[in-house]
Ligand binder design. Structure first.
Ligand SMILES: [Zn+2]
Ligand SMILES: [Zn+2]
Length: 353
């Protein structure tokens, strides 16, 4: 592997980016496809993308590819030609980002991994490449109205809580791994229906649709590019939004508003609210929905206990956290009504969702 990319420090890399006399397009793509020789594919892809100035992060596994990158605008055509030159990556669907932040990526990293998404599944038993039919926003809207269809939200409950498709079934699971068996149970009663799946950026539906098809269901569809692409397409084509509320995303905003509907409630007092936040006590950090009134009352904490701890000197707080860790208990004072032990996934697992 080339170590050249590591010799510059971050500031140098940022300055280089600043000095570039061209614009960059940020985009992501993924595909479940069997890649027989991951090392060879990785090296060839790295050489070619590096040559045209692509930056970003790509995972390659035997099960496929998952990429978040920025491409110099003047090399977009060549970039697509490069992807097309790999049989596994031909005619790749590209998700273009809404914002083209120039410093989104500082270097190109292509890693070989066991899996392209850390989904916690043991999935050797089914063909991950046998995915459902991809639908545009327009077709998804149309099939939602089909009496013979059912729509399932493939995200976690804390995501669907603040926004989801009208009439969609919202599983209660808080992880993708737990959600799949739950979805199979739900589907028992709907054996002959058209099954519509969606998630944030589409990648979870790839795995979910393959899993559902493996269990004998034939009519499986999924929203191409997820809610992110849906929101762009309905804007472009002036279509009605059948998605209500907020699309939960893993960045500072913790959500992008799609419609004005407020679907959720403050976990403390129950007023209509859909603002996700983490408890300000670092030893707790629980993810919750909290209204401005409760936030002020509790100093941004989830409970009086956390509020009290936050007022203690830093050294005392650290002592409390250490003790809690030693006792192997989660911090015992989270009183959030839901999501008691829910933490935002690490940056690494937030990719593409
Ligand atoms: Zn409240
Ligand atoms: Zn707390």
């Amino acid at each position: 592997m080339s170590r050249r990319t590591n010799i510059y420090d971050e500031i140098t890399l940022r300055n280089q980016l600043e000095a570039e006399a061209f614009e960059r397009t940020n985009l992501s793509f993924y595909r479940y496809v069997i890649i027989e020789n991951t090392q060879e594919t990785r090296d060839r892809l790295f050489t070619q993308l590096n040559r045209i100035g692509v930056l970003g992060r790509i995972y390659i596994a035997r099960e496929g590819i998952n990429a978040q990158i920025s491409v110099p605008d003047h090399n977009l055509t060549e970039f697509i030609q490069i992807l097309d030159s790999f049989p596994e990556f031909r005619e790749m669907y590209l998700n273009f980002a809404i914002e083209n932040k120039k410093d989104a990526f500082l270097k190109l990293i292509i890693k070989i991994r066991k899996k392209i998404v850390a989904d916690g599944l043991k999935d050797d038993e089914f063909d991950v490449t046998n995915v459902g039919t991809h639908l545009t926003a327009e077709d998804f809207n149309r099939l939602l109205e089909d009496e013979n269809s059912i729509c399932i939200d493939m995200r976690n409950s804390y995501e669907s809580e603040v926004g989801h498709f009208e009439g969609a079934i919202l599983p209660e699971a808080e992880t993708f791994r737990d959600e799949l068996p739950e979805v199979l149970d739900i589907l028992e009663e709907h054996k002959d229906k058209k099954i519509l799946l969606y998630c944030t950026g589409g990648i979870r539906c790839e795995k979910a649709s393959a899993f559902i098809k493996h269990h004998g269901y034939k009519d499986v569809y999924q929203l191409r590019g997820g809610i992110i692409s849906y929101a762009q397409e309905i804007k472009e084509k002036d279509l009605p939004s059948k998605f209500l509320g907020k699309n939960f995303v893993f960045d500072e905003r913790l959500g992008e508003r799609i419609t004005d509907d407020i679907l959720a409630e403050c976990h403390i007092c129950g007023t209509k609210c859909d603002t996700h936040t983490n408890c300000k006590n670092p030893g707790c950090h629980v993810l919750m929905i909290q209204c401005p009134v409760c936030s002020e009352k509790l100093n941004g904490c989830c409970s009086d206990e956390c509020k009290t701890i936050l007022l203690l000197p830093e050294s005392t707080q650290m002592e409390i956290r250490r003790t809690a860790k030693k006792q192997k208990s989660l911090i015992p004072f989270s009183k959030s009504r839901k999501h008691k032990s829910l933490y935002l996934p690490s940056q690494d697992n937030q990719i593409n969702q």
